[in-house]
Design a protein. Structure first.
Ligand SMILES: Cc1cc2nc3c(=O)[nH]c(=O)nc-3n(C[C@H](O)[C@H](O)[C@H](O)COP(=O)(O)OP(=O)(O)OC[C@H]3O[C@@H](n4cnc5c(N)ncnc54)[C@H](O)[C@@H]3O)c2cc1C
Ligand SMILES: Cc1cc2nc3c(=O)[nH]c(=O)nc-3n(C[C@H](O)[C@H](O)[C@H](O)COP(=O)(O)O)c2cc1C
Ligand code: FES
Lengths: 297, 263
């Protein structure tokens, strides 16, 4: 296969631009290993909170046609078990060093700082801050709180499309010292069952992901790309190699997939990479860096 | 039948209960007015708005049949339903049983027998010779005995307390029948039930080098291969397929299963 390696930072080079996004398979080291062995160039854990969270009652998800809706209620094993999971993941992978990114979720700047302090000794390859809501001051505070405690671990801040001035928010995050921006998270939505006259999910609303959000993700990524100089980790509706190329052209340095595992199983990774390789060859691209932000150059 | 739900329609659809068949004190089969496409071994998700949504095996497709044991919150509520009441169903999901060989040995533990009547009917239609082994702790926990007895097949019953059939585990008559098979290479064991029973059957099949398809259970949440809640480790006897690296230690019941196939 061609060389599709991607430089995220000087000291973090991935074998390809395709990674596992947060929240899918991310509560189990066995499943993260499976994603890595299936071809993910890096894996991201489920959003982890200080303490174990049981999560929501069923139904927690459905395929509503153009996309998915999920609300698992942030079920996760808590920070201590996550530290253990990182260790097990690395042991299982042995010589095949696949970076592991840890997605973290708190309610306040203090809580983020505490989570960062507790996970830092495990040296995840990247800390991804799942911003609870897109607020510039909060983003700055959280970023400062985490940087103090993360002992030099690179930090990405993950934002959703719900913020109208997404480029501006990204710039604030960059100025606060973030190393990367992840975008986009799933978007708030609601599915109603007319016969039941009730929301379908037990929690009411949920996160919309999959093909339905792809154009929104492309828009946000291109806005962020133009506003900042740090790399963008793109996610949102990528199911094919062509989707990945499009997202990179909009400005993503690397691309995460989540919902693709519903549509194509773990085979999604090799399928997307094969399609991507075909595209790169047919269009005569030599390296992935040629693609990044191409629509703006 | 009124309508057939196609595979591509993934959202829940309303089904109306036509009849209820009581299988035993804690188990009933809901027979719907509508049909659902699906294979034996596949499962569906049944939702009662405001109560919850859980996985159940497809026990018949035309009309749709679901056999439910009353074990907790949702299943208890299901047992209060009457003909004419509605339930919400999506599916089918997962990998069903595949027809394999001339002789089929079907083993059900407790309500694990629920997909097997449908499987027996399907296999008999294909010309397979079928034997059924039903096991339960006690007589009152056996299900579908009368329905199986109406089919052209051989049936063996075991109960742990001896209140019906042979006293002991299903593996006893099963081993006997495996030994008497004309050609073990041209046969398959199909099992559904508690994990301990499946492990026992797997070991027995390994000993006699006979193909088996086992249907595994796990607590499901998303049912869509996303949350990872239904992950199990496969037994040592199971060979990891080369196109599914890492699946042996992280096998998703909702997506890779619920049935596994060891040849
Ligand atoms: C693929 C698959 C097919 C199934 N097919 C059938 C079927 O055809 N008929 C049937 O009656 N049941 C079937 N089940 C089991 C059924 O899903 C559970 O009995 C049901 O989820 C219990 O829901 P509840 O709300 O009534 O119980 P809860 O109140 O949630 O729990 C009651 C008790 O049951 C246990 N429990 C909950 N879910 C499961 C589970 N999935 N497996 C084992 N124990 C569980 C709990 O730990 C608890 O002890 C199947 C399960 C799977 C995974
Ligand atoms: C089941 C599920 C769980 C998710 N959990 C998280 C999470 O814990 N933290 C987070 O930042 N994003 C989470 N996400 C968002 C994804 O990481 C991703 O940004 C989003 O789904 C868009 O990508 P996709 O269309 O490829 O799924 C989750 C998404 C799904 C579908
Ligand atoms: S139930 Fe969520 S992955 Fe199987």
């Amino acid at each position: 296969m061609s060389n599709f390696s991607c430089k995220l930072f000087d000291n973090l080079i991935l074998k390809s631009p395709l990674i596992l996004a947060s929240g899918i398979s991310g509560n189990s080291d066995g499943l993260l290993v499976r994603a890595a062995k299936s071809g993910a160039a890096a894996v991201t854990t489920k959003g982890v909170t200080l303490k174990y969270q049981k999560g929501a009652e069923n139904p927690v998800s459905t395929d509503w046609g153009p996309g998915l809706i999920t609300n698992l209620g942030l079920s996760n094993p808590g920070i201590e078990s996550m530290a253990y999971m990182i260790k097990t993941f690395r042991n299982e992978m042995g010589d095949q060093t696949i970076p592991i990114f840890v997605n973290i979720h708190g309610e306040s700047a203090e809580e983020y700082a505490e989570i960062a302090r507790l996970i830092a000794p495990s040296h995840p390859d990247l800390l991804e801050i799942d911003l609870p809501f897109p607020d510039e001051t909060l983003a700055r505070e959280i970023r400062h709180a985490v940087i103090e405690n993360a002992s030099g671990i690179p930090i990405s801040v993950k934002i959703s499309a719900d913020y109208p001035k997404i480029g501006q928010l990204a710039k604030v995050i960059e100025d606060a010292g973030a190393d990367a921006i992840s975008a986009i998270n799933s978007m708030k939505g609601l599915i109603v069952d007319a016969y039941a006259a009730k929301p379908f999910l037990s929690s009411g609303s949920g996160g919309i992901s999959g093909p339905a959000i792809k154009p929104i993700a492309l828009y946000c990524i291109s806005e962020i790309y133009q506003a900042v100089n740090i790399p963008v980790i793109g996610t949102g509706g990528v199911l094919t190699g062509l989707d990945m190329a499009e997202m990179m052209m909009a400005g993503a340095t690397i691309v995460g997939v989540g919902s693709a595992l519903y549509y194509s199983g773990y085979g999604a990774f090799s399928q997307i990479m094969n399609e991507f390789e075909t595209f790169m060859k047919s269009e005569g691209y030599q390296s992935t860096s040629e693609l990044v932000g191409k629509i703006w150059r | 039948m009124e309508k057939t739900i196609l595979n591509k329609e993934k959202r829940s659809h309303v089904f109306t209960i036509d009849r209820i068949r009581h299988e035993n004190e804690m188990t009933s089969s809901l027979i719907m007015k509508e049909s659902l496409e699906g294979e034996p071994g596949q499962f569906l998700l049944l939702w009662l708005p405001g109560v919850g949504e859980k996985p159940f095996s497809i026990a018949g497709t035309d009309p749709l049949v679901v056999t439910v044991a009353d074990v907790g919150k949702l299943t208890h509520e299901i047992h209060t339903l009457q003909p004419g009441d509605r339930v919400w169903i999506r599916g089918p999901f997962g990998q069903g049983y595949q027809a394999y060989g001339t002789d089929a040995l079907l083993v059900g533990g407790g309500y694990g027998a629920s997909p097997l009547l449908f499987l027996a009917e399907t296999l008999i239609e294909k010309g397979t010779r079928v034997q059924v082994f039903l096991g339960a702790r006690t007589k009152d926990l056996l299900i579908l005995k009368d329905q199986f007895e109406e089919l052209p097949l051989k049936i063996y019953i075991t109960t742990n307390d001896g209140s019906c059939g042979i006293q002991g585990f299903v593996t006893v008559p099963l081993e006997e029948s495996i030994r008497n098979l004309p050609d073990p290479q041209d046969a398959c064991v199909y099992a559904c039930g508690p994990k301990g029973m499946l492990i026992g059957i797997d070991a027995l099949c390994e000993k006699y080098n006979i193909a088996r398809q086992l249907s595994w259970e796990a607590i499901m949440r998303c049912g869509m291969g996303l949350c990872g809640n239904c992950k199990i480790e496969m037994p040592d006897t199971w060979d990891e397929p080369s196109d599914k690296p890492g699946s042996k230690k992280a096998w998703l019941v909702c997506r890779d299963g619920p049935t596994s196939f060891t040849k």
